[in-house]
Design a protein around this ligand. Structure first.
Ligand code: ZN
Ligand code: FE
Length: 263
């Protein structure tokens, strides 16, 4: 048996200050795309026009305005299916999804599986397929989403779920927060060689005004403090910061999430 992995092309659309709306190109017909988390319709229209693309589906990860604000207007131009979390109220959603549900975008030749990843919001979902993860505001490069609705335990479990994906999974986050996140990560692990190398790479990318994404699960494991709460260095830094012993990776995670909130 031969495994042929087809490279899927993903375009980024800049929106607001630092959001990315992702356009996933069909491997069968490069002029057809799925739109991920369209918080704003205008930059999407500009990208569709520039690249002569037709959208065939919308995927959304959670109910925040910067991820769904453009759906209504896009639907008035393109009556296409909208996939979203079963647990959240999002106007326009036609397919309500939960853990394990398949997302078969037949017209695009794209297939994803749904992961429940509560924490940033309670109903937050992620889409995994073709070696790619569209994780919304759950996992960021060198960081993770804020806990607006869920608990630290829920977010920690969600990140562990993402951590268990194949190492080479390409992670498409919904925000360009990498440089900021790295400043915090460096505070915890000033001697982590992978972190230091990545900081250099990110500085170069940002100087060239290029996205730091996608990242990979493997890379994130080596420098993202929120995936490293079992590391002695991270535990030590968290204990020093809060001034008492932390007894589990979940406690370490909760402490560094609190720390980052005020950083
Ligand atoms: Zn959000
Ligand atoms: Fe967001």
């Amino acid at each position: 048996m031969t495994l042929i992995s087809i490279m899927i092309e993903v375009l980024h659309v800049d929106a607001f200050e630092d959001n990315y709306i992702w356009l996933i190109r069909s491997p069968d017909d490069a002029s057809k795309v799925a739109i991920v988390d369209p918080g704003d319709e205008m930059p999407v229209y500009a990208a569709l026009k520039k690249h002569a693309l037709t959208p065939l589906a919308i995927l959304c990860t959670h109910h925040h305005g910067d991820h769904i604000g453009g759906i209504g207007d896009i639907l008035s131009h393109y009556p296409i299916p909208v996939f979203g979390p079963a647990q959240e109220r999002i106007p326009g959603v036609t397919h309500r999804l939960k853990q394990g549900d398949p997302v078969d975008l037949h017209g695009l030749g794209l297939h994803f599986e749904v992961l429940d990843v509560p924490g940033h919001t309670l109903g937050h979902i992620a889409y995994y397929g073709h070696g790619m993860l569209f994780g919304g505001d759950t996992l960021f490069s060198a960081g993770c989403g804020r806990l607006f609705e869920g608990t630290a335990e829920q977010m920690s479990a969600s990140l562990n779920k993402l951590r268990a994906l194949p190492n080479d999974t390409q992670v498409y986050c919904a925000h360009e927060y990498t440089a900021d996140n790295l400043r915090f990560a460096l505070e915890l692990e000033p001697n982590n060689p992978d972190l230091l190398a990545y900081i250099k790479k990110v500085e170069e990318l940002r100087r060239a005004r290029r996205p730091t994404l996608p990242t990979s699960i493997n890379a994130e494991k080596s420098f993202n403090p929120f995936l490293r709460s079992t590391e002695p260095t991270v535990k030590q830094a968290a204990e020093t910061h809060c001034g008492h012993a932390l007894h589990s990776p979940e406690e370490v995670f909760a402490e560094i999430r609190r720390w980052k909130d005020r950083y």
